[in-house]
Design a protein around this ligand. Structure first.
Ligand code: FES
Length: 286
């Protein structure tokens, strides 16, 4: 079933790609002057994407609303459905903040996901309107809500595929576990004031020297894998060249999104007899 559904989602690329790109342009323009708001919606403050947490509210409320509708508990059903619809709007805002930085297959999936959810939202809004304006048309209101709920279920599946299947907004260093140990770098010198790439065993790091101190972070951006060594250093942080996330050079702490996870940081020391070695630091506490 998963393979068939995946093919069906991928087949939407013809319309979803241009629509997604158009949406990304106006959403990016809307966020252009309010980066802190975008960071808030991404979840930089939480250290975790906000979108999947917020979406639990409409899914739960609208499931309860459906059951209350089906058991004809009208007043409770209306209140719970209206709550779910309000939460859908909040979910849309957090989802837009994440989707604006998606590219390739994740962008297509995000557009399909969002389109289904917008259709579902329209059905629920129509249902609420009928509930308020024409109480005698209760079967129509309930039918519209059921249609919206089917959309929620389908959209949630595509959203799950976007995260679990394509790894969108997943920490690129989630599997980096195990003991930190010293490993020799493949460079002996680090020039002052310019990021440079170096290898430490299987890992690629970005190094940056300020005076006698050599800062080192993993080169693969925690957000979507951008090369930090191609970025610029601003206020003690390195900025990813792909979507502008910033990580503190001293400990890898994320200070600007869309990344919400910290970047693995390393300490670097000179080896007796020449050369450099690096060891991963513990995750920052503050
Ligand atoms: S890959 Fe997106 S900010 Fe680095």
């Amino acid at each position: 079933m998963h393979r068939r559904v995946s093919r069906l989602i991928d087949a939407q690329e013809r319309w979803a790609k241009p629509v997604g790109q158009w949406n990304q342009r106006w959403i990016a323009a809307a966020f252009a002057g309010s980066r802190p708001l975008k960071d808030f919606l991404n979840g930089v403050w939480l250290g975790h994407p906000v979108h999947p947490a917020v979406t639990d509210v409409p899914v739960g409320a609208l499931t309860a609303g459906m059951l209350l509708d089906l058991t004809d508990q009208r007043r409770a059903a209306d209140v719970v459905t209206a709550t779910g619809v309000a939460a859908m709007v909040a979910s849309a805002a957090t989802g837009a903040a994440d989707a604006v930085d998606a590219h390739g297959r994740p962008q297509v999936q995000a557009t399909v996901h969002a389109s289904i959810m917008v259709g579902s939202l329209a059905a629920y809004l129509a249902s609420l309107a009928v509930r308020a304006a024409r109480p005698s048309s209760r079967p129509l209101a309930v039918s519209l809500a059921l249609l919206g709920y089917a959309g929620i279920a389908a959209g949630a599946y595509v959203g799950g595929e976007l995260v679990y299947g394509s790894g969108n907004m997943v920490d690129r260093h989630a599997w980096r576990t195990g003991a930190a140990r010293w490993r020799r770098l493949d460079v002996d010198e680090v020039p002052e004031g310019a990021p440079m790439q170096a290898r430490a065993g299987q890992d690629t790091l970005v190094l940056y020297r300020t005076g006698d101190t050599i800062h080192a972070l993993h080169d693969t951006c925690a957000h979507a894998g951008g090369p930090l060594s191609g970025g610029t250093v601003i206020d003690g942080c390195i900025e990813c060249p792909w979507h502008g996330s910033r990580f503190r050079l001293s400990d890898g702490r994320v200070v600007r999104g869309p990344a919400v996870y910290d970047q693995p940081a390393y300490e670097v020391r000179a080896i007796d007899g020449g050369g450099l070695e690096a060891r991963r630091l513990p995750a920052p506490l503050d």
